[in-house]
Structures are given as structure tokens and as C-alpha cells.
Write a protein that binds this ligand. Structure first.
Ligand code: PEP
Ligand code: MN
Length: 337
């Protein structure tokens, strides 16, 4: 971090700034020019608040030269994180396929879809029990009962469960859940992030609708700083001027995150496009771009789905897609050799 001081800074204020930074473990290199003095801070600057320093009378400007996230940073953790979930692993060269209905609607529905997606090669069952809906009049999910139905589907298929946690008060109901999803709308719900950081189930953080990579990684940092290293990132499209698609899928997020972080990267082409016919090409693009897995919505009767029918694949379409994706993923690993 570089701190540029104003011309002729007040001595006492400068000394107190330097002492404060040294107490925070910083080593300080001072350069004195004709007009300005510059402090170069070396050490773990992730815990230094740049706004606090910028606000001082003697400071002209502050610039970070290192990312503000440490736990999620590949620089400090060069090897990819691999997360064990049941008998499957997320990351480490595997292609994780999370599939299932947007919302759990009944026991029969979720069990039938779970069986179908498992047969096609899905490695995890994804279904919503608590649903964040734009309208308060839309179906809000079956709540605790939905979790019970997911549990039955898990018992019948052996597939681990991924489902969304919307509020701290729901956490005690999540005993049988394998991966906790934090939805796009909650990406910066810091109390929720802190709470899932204090427990040990893996956490999948979906990208906020207008979140930058750094903001998203800072959310991962919240969970990791709380003591939970098992964080997965999920690109689900961002909001742009384009309204033909539900969101705009940012495939560049995959190689960028791969460079910045060691955490596994999942892509959700269903919410990213909002259209079932776009799920296949976008899934292939995501696998070709090196993601660790996909989240794909599948429904046995999309026309009557209680949520997100237009973006849901029928089980037969998912079957053909999952098989192609596994082949493509194998092909990608041979190209990399
Ligand atoms: C979901 O995954 O069901 C969902 C609501 O997605 P997002 O949080 O990405 O909008
Ligand atoms: Mn959905």
C-alpha cells in the first residue's frame, strides 16, 4: 500500500500515523521528494482500512498495490481448493454437475427429478426450499417441508443436497444439507456470511447482480475469515443493458477467478440466461472456459413449474446435455496435457 502525504505534513500527526501502522505490523519505507513524502507499507495490508487513512489531514492519497482479500487469494494459497462433499469432490479437475428443480414442489416431484438427474450423471441435487422471489405474491418455497423432501430425495439417490439459506433463523433446519447456497441477493448480507463462516458446511456464494470480482471475493473472504475455508463461487450472470436474456453470463469470470483465487468455480447458465434453449451452448462455453462445475435447473413439467419454468430443462434434454458436458470436460483435460 502506498500513502502519499501532503506537502509539509504536521510532524506530530505523521508520527502518530507511523506508530499506528507499525502497531498493525506494517514495515514502513519512507521516500522524501521535493514536494511530497511517500510511505510504502509492506506487510499484511488486508486489515488496513484505506478510507480511514485517506480521511487524515496530512494524507493526499492512498493506493493499494495488493488485493484486500487474503484467505481467498491465490498468492497466499497457490494450490486449488478441493472440497469433499459426501463421496464427490468439487474442484481438483472434477466436473461437478448440480441439478434439480428451482423449487421443491412436492416429495414425488423432487424424488423423481433427483433419480433422473442422477442417472444422467449429476453429482449433486440442487433444489430450493426457501426462495428469494421478486414479488411477495409469488410462490415462496415450501420452507422446512421442502428440506424434508430434499432429504428423502437424498436418501433415495445418495446425491448430496445444495440449497439456499436466506436467513440466519433457518440454519438450524439445515442439518441434512451438504452445501449451503448464498443467493445473489444475499451476496453482501454480511451477518449471513459471518454466520456461515462460523459453521463447517461448504458454502456456495452466488455472484451479486452487479458485483465486481473483488466484491464477490470479499464476500468469500467474510466466510473464510470466520473459520470456514470451504467456499465455492457461482457465476450466475450480471445485470446489464441487455434484456433479451434474464442476465448476461460473464464467462470471463472463470479465467479471471482462476487467476485471482484458489476457490472452485461453478457456472449457472439457467439463471444467467433465463431461457432453456440457451442452457446447452452456455454450459459448453463454461466447460470450455475451465469451470469446475455447473448448476442446471431441471423440471419434469417446465410449463407448470412454480418457479423458473422457462429456463428449466426437461430430464431428457438434461440427460443429453450432461453426457456431452462430461465428454467435453474429458476432451478439455486431454488438450491441457
Ligand atoms: C437460485 O439459485 O434459485 C436463485 C434464486 O438464484 P440467484 O440467487 O442466482 O438469483
Ligand atoms: Mn431458479
Amino acid at each position: 500500500m502506498i500513502v502519499v502525504l501532503k506537502h509539509n505534513p504536521d510532524r506530530a500527526q505523521l508520527e502518530s500515523l507511523i506508530t499506528w501502522l507499525q502497531e498493525k505490523g506494517m514495515i514502513i519505507h519512507t521516500s522524501i521528494g521535493d514536494h511530497n513524502m511517500i510511505l510504502g507499507l509492506v506487510g499484511d495490508t488486508s486489515q488496513i482500512d484505506t478510507d480511514l487513512i485517506s480521511a487524515l489531514d496530512i494524507v493526499e492519497s492512498v493506493k493499494r498495490v495488493q488485493e484486500p482479500y487474503k484467505n481467498a487469494n491465490r498468492k497466499f494459497h497457490p494450490n486449488d481448493t478441493v472440497i469433499q462433499v459426501g463421496n464427490t469432490q468439487i474442484g481438483g479437475g472434477n466436473l461437478t454437475i448440480m441439478a434439480g428443480p428451482c423449487s421443491v414442489e412436492s416429495e414425488d416431484q423432487v424424488v423423481a427429478i433427483a433419480k433422473a438427474v442422477k442417472k444422467s450423471g449429476a453429482t449433486m441435487l440442487r433444489g430450493g426450499a426457501f426462495k428469494p422471489r421478486t414479488s411477495p405474491y409469488s410462490f415462496q418455497g415450501l420452507g422446512a417441508q421442502g428440506l424434508e423432501f430434499l432429504k428423502v430425495a437424498k436418501q433415495e439417490t445418495g446425491l448430496p443436497i445444495v440449497t439456499e439459506l436466506m436467513d440466519l433463523s433457518q440454519l438450524s433446519l439445515f442439518k441434512d444439507v451438504d452445501v449451503i447456497q448464498i443467493g445473489a441477493r444475499n451476496m453482501q448480507n454480511f451477518d449471513l456470511l459471518k454466520a456461515v463462516g462460523r459453521q463447517d458446511k461448504p458454502v456456495m456464494i452466488k455472484r451479486g447482480m452487479s458485483a465486481t470480482y473483488e466484491e464477490w471475493l470479499m464476500s468469500a473472504e467474510y466466510v473464510m475469515a470466520g473459520g470456514n475455508p470451504n467456499v465455492i463461487l457461482c457465476e450466475r450472470g450480471v445485470r446489464t443493458f441487455e434484456n433479451y436474456t434474464r442476465n448476461t453470463l460473464d464467462l470471463a469470470a472463470i479465467p479471471v477467478l482462476r487467476k485471482l483465487t484458489h476457490l472452485p468455480i461453478i457456472v449457472d447458465p439457467s439463471h444467467a440466461t433465463g431461457k432453456s434453449w440457451l442452457v446447452e451452448p452456455m454450459s459448453k462455453g463454461a466447460v470450455a472456459s475451465g469451470c469446475d462445475g455447473l448448476l442446471i435447473e431441471v423440471h419434469n413439467d417446465p410449463a407448470h413449474a412454480l418457479c423458473d419454468g422457462p429456463q428449466s430443462l426437461r430430464p431428457e434434454a438434461f440427460d443429453s446435455l450432461a453426457k456431452q458436458l462430461l465428454k467435453l470436460h474429458d476432451l478439455m483435460s486431454t488438450l491441457e496435457d
